[in-house]
Design a protein around this ligand. Structure first.
Ligand code: M7G
Ligand code: MG
Length: 294
């Protein structure tokens, strides 16, 4: 499936007029408090970038695909209010990616009726990894609201009525707290489809038994026994298995409905013993966030 159109024909940079329009729409018209720091401003630039990808590029088959870094440079060059800071764009961008890794993340581990499978989503870019549906908290957003929103955005499934406030696993990795609510008993027949564009490429049930347990290397991006690539999955697998084994009433409950791979076109669990040696690899996380997850 060609996601981006033919790259040969995509060579036109966004014209000045478009950049001016995006700058005033997404940056200059933002509420005052959003303009108080470059971290917040970069989130606005990211919104403009998504608009460029999802609307401009979709309507114009010759527009060039740009990374957020490239797009941010263009915005800083063309927007009069940002231009004085263009010399610092490298540092501004680096601070932004570092800041992103400190924003708390919440999401859900969705289990089927048998508790043998859990739902994972795959990022958009070629070679992306599988992860639990999850995402960064917005300003002043409650954990469970963020989890419900992110799961809805990434899978189109509403967990709000199934979510139990005390049923979650949580890990802290470096600066980042990751909380995943356990949502159990979702039918394999459920149809999933993301609400956002170009964030999620596939949604699929995965066997819990086949998820990586971090036996080899303490990496956040690793491969499971089947060779499949996972991102930030393993820290949850051991506590998840422990949680499942405690669910006596539902054990042995088989879900006989056919398993459909829904392919879409378009973590205070106390760290266990094995987690104590974990070393936070900031470089790797930043790299993955930039290149892999999306
Ligand atoms: P995110 O919302 O920054 O992360 O999305 P979070 O869900 O972990 O909080 C992760 C990545 O998905 C981004 O860096 C983008 O590459 C991609 N992405 C997410 N959204 C919501 C969009 C969108 O609306 N449009 C496009 N084009 N990409 C998106
Ligand atoms: Mg998301």
């Amino acid at each position: 499936m060609a996601r981006e159109g033919n790259p040969v024909h995509r060579s036109i940079l966004p014209p000045q007029e478009l950049l001016d329009d995006l700058c005033s729409r997404f940056v200059l018209n933002a509420p005052e408090e959003e303009l108080q720091s470059f971290e917040r401003i970069l989130f606005l630039v990211e919104q403009a970038h998504w608009f460029y990808e999802d609307n401009t590029m979709e309507k114009n088959s010759n527009m060039k695909p740009l990374s957020l870094r490239e797009f941010a440079s263009l915005m800083f060059q063309s927007c009069a209010a940002l231009r004085p800071y263009i010399a610092h764009i490298d540092d501004i961008y680096k601070d932004f990616t570092t800041y992103k890794t400190s924003v708390p993340v919440t999401g859900a581990i969705i289990l089927d009726l048998s508790h043998e499978r859990c739902l994972l989503v795959k990022g958009w870019k070629v070679g992306a990894s599988w992860s639990f549906p999850r995402g960064k908290k917005s300003k002043d957003e409650e954990d469970h609201h963020c989890a419900t929103r992110e799961v809805w955005e990434e899978t189109g499934f509403d967990v709000s009525k199934l979510l139990k406030l005390d049923d979650y696993l949580e890990v802290v990795i470096g600066q980042q707290r990751i909380r995943l609510y356990i949502i159990s008993g979702v039918s394999n027949d459920t149809v999933f489809a993301p609400k956002t564009k170009r964030e999620i490429s596939e949604i699929k049930w995965h066997m819990v038994d086949e998820l990586p347990m971090a036996s080899t290397e303490m990496s956040l991006l690793n491969r499971g026994p089947t060779g499949v690539k996972y991102f930030m999955v393993w820290p949850f697998v051991r506590p998840l298995r422990a949680w499942i084994s405690k669910q006596i009433p539902t054990r042995g409950c088989k879900d006989d409905s056919s398993i459909k791979d829904t392919v879409v076109p378009v973590a205070a669990e106390v760290p266990g013993k094995s987690f104590r040696d974990f070393k936070f690899d900031l470089v790797e996380i930043l790299q993955i966030l930039e290149e892999n997850l999306c």
